[in-house]
Design a protein around this ligand. Sequence first.
Ligand code: FAD
Length: 401
Amino acid sequence: MTAVDCDVLVIGGGIVGLSTAYAITRAAPGTRVTVLEKEAGPARHQTGRNSGVIHSGIYYRPGSLKARFAVRGAAEMVKFCAEYGIAHEVTGKLIVATERSELPRLHALVQRGRENGIPVRELGPAQMAEYEPWVRGLAAIHVGTTGVCDFGAVAAQLARLARDAGASVRYGAGVTRIGRRPTAVAVRTADGTVLRARALVNCAGLQCDRVARLAGDDPGMRIVPFRGEYFELAPSRTSLVGGLVYPVPDPAFPFLGVHLTRGIDGGVHIGPNAVPALAREGYAWRTVRPRELAGTLAYPGAWRIARRHWRYGAGELRRSLSKRAFTDAVRRLLPDVTPDDLIPAPAGVRAQAVLPDGTLVDDFLISQSPRVVHVLNAPSPAATASLPIGREVARRVLEAL
Ligand SMILES: Cc1cc2nc3c(=O)[nH]c(=O)nc-3n(C[C@H](O)[C@H](O)[C@H](O)COP(=O)(O)OP(=O)(O)OC[C@H]3O[C@@H](n4cnc5c(N)ncnc54)[C@H](O)[C@@H]3O)c2cc1C
């Protein structure tokens, strides 16, 4: 038998990796866990660059992992934040139809919410105004269980709890190689350190397909990075938005559309759009990684998305390149906003799994091979759902030990 340094190695110190480490220490105390994160601290990518919304679970197909884990995860996230003094608020949210063609989809959401056990209220324009006097629409639904929190602070707390329970969390430890033996898995980090474990968990977010390949597995998908750009409402204009306001999403996409979010700091964020990122960690148009871009362009799935969704994509590109076009889109929900009210804010990049036939993977995707568990699709609402996801991944890796 190969000598090992620990039982489970977790690659990725985002909210999913840290929740997994925490869950392992809770489910099987004494299990030796090490988290390896390439950045200098937790939550430097998706977990620290998102809308900060605790999603209710209304959107997701009943029975899907997203629906089950989001509904349960939202309640657990609120409790977790309350227990550890992390800033959060259950604000409720409106989903607003601004065009007649959106009304059937709004009604379908009411139905879906009820199927997922989420209380929703249907509102006409006058009732809408009681919640959001400056927002315009033909009809809306109010979802009471939606909230906001600081997912970066949640990730940091999960790291503390995992460490308190004996786990090791190493920052500045990017995994560059993975070797497999019948009884163990070995990784090498960028500084040449080699660590051996009985099992490995891949929670590498934007890099998860690459890490799967490093481990010798074919993930059957590829991460196509979609940047989400945000603006902030000028401080003098934040009174235009009371809480959270979302459009009716286009069911062809796993993205929810540009929304208005009053965060825990009282500021109002507007976004995110969805444009192709020219690098996996490309937070601005000027960040281009030619090899990564060439990899995306060589992937048949990327071209199939482009062919299928070129009209939607062209609109998103226009709104990314022109502040006026972005403002015009926001004005459908909030007519009083002007380009001068919008201040650019930091962007995020979504790790979206795409199949070779161009399908955007909708549900969370977790796969396994001997001694290895890969989290291959954990886009929104995975931050909301991170506690149940972590438990599920922990269950699978403990079974594999
Ligand atoms: C714009 C945007 C808005 C969103 N809004 C919401 C929202 O409102 N509510 C919600 O619930 N969800 C939201 N999400 C989704 C949510 O942020 C993600 O689902 C969640 O953060 C995923 O966590 P993760 O741990 O899988 O990924 P990440 O946070 O990206 O963590 C992966 C980690 O792996 C590390 N890593 C990668 N490769 C290696 C390697 N080789 N070695 C070591 N470490 C490595 C990375 O540095 C990174 O820290 C949003 C996402 C985006 C981008």
